[in-house]
Design a protein around this ligand. Structure first.
Ligand SMILES: Nc1ncnc2c1ncn2[C@@H]1O[C@H](COP(=O)(O)OP(=O)(O)O)[C@@H](O)[C@H]1O
Ligand SMILES: O=C(O)C1=C[C@@H](OP(=O)(O)O)[C@@H](O)[C@H](O)C1
Ligand SMILES: [Mg+2]
Length: 198
């Protein structure tokens, strides 16, 4: 799959990208537990730094201010040397600087889902996610996803489908894809996908 920074070129572990509610935060935590690696959620790191929820940042300062902070947090998180599992926010791929920073991760998993699945999950768990457009939920998901898909594709080492699968099944698939990528010879400073360091 095409990447801007070379496949498996980074040493920072695994990053999860994808649209809202594809399960990055949920699956990322499971994958980190399985590997025995630290887990970080870029959105939670950002909220800790800002001292307020993302919805309040959007409401008080606007989306651009949120994106600036998102870029800063990702740059910091991508800068370490030891492996971690990072769940990113759905819009992280919008900026070239962020796509470059994702190249520091050895494996970038793109979690994918159909717009209908995403809208269903968002309805069940709105979790303070501010609207990205003035369209209705399903129209917003379909149009924003269509715009972002080429960007997810550009940074991804692998696409992991999540429709009709539990977070545990998605995590298992991701770990299988990681195993395969490692066997394919990608540079990756990782143990085998069950947690043994080289
Ligand atoms: N594979 C899945 N199947 C069903 N529900 C899921 C799945 N993955 C995530 N969810 C649910 O969707 C919502 C959003 O998940 P989350 O991990 O926060 O996604 P993201 O970090 O990509 O926005 C949560 O309620 C979560 O339980
Ligand atoms: O898609 C987006 O633009 C966003 C996704 C959110 O993260 P999740 O993908 O974890 O919901 C969060 O970063 C913010 O609300 C913006
Ligand atoms: Mg999340």
């Amino acid at each position: 799959m095409a990447r801007e920074s070379g496949p498996g070129g980074g040493s920072r572990g695994i990053a999860l990208v994808g649209y809202r509610a594809t399960g990055k935060s949920t699956v990322g935590r499971i994958v980190a537990d399985r590997l025995g690696w630290p887990f970080e959620d870029a959105d939670r790191a950002l909220e800790r730094r800002a001292g307020k929820p993302i919805a309040a940042i959007f409401a008080e300062q606007g989306e651009n201010a949120f994106r600036d902070l998102e870029q800063r947090i990702l740059a910091e998180l991508a800068d370490g040397r030891s492996p971690m599992v990072l769940a990113t926010g759905g819009g992280v791929v919008l900026r070239q600087e962020n796509r470059d920073a994702l190249g520091r991760f050895g494996f970038v998993a793109w979690l994918a889902a159909r717009p209908e699945t995403i809208a269903d999950r968002l309805r069940a768990d709105p979790d303070g996610r501010p609207a990205l457009t003035s369209a209705g939920l399903l129209d917003e998901v379909a149009s924003v996803l269509e715009r972002r898909e080429p960007l997810y594709r550009r940074v991804a080492s692998a696409v992991v489908e999540t429709d009709g699968r539990s977070p545990e099944q998605v995590a298992e698939d991701l770990l299988d894809r990681l195993d395969r990528a490692m066997r394919g010879g990608d540079r990756f400073p990782a143990p085998d996908s069950r947690g043994r360091m080289p």
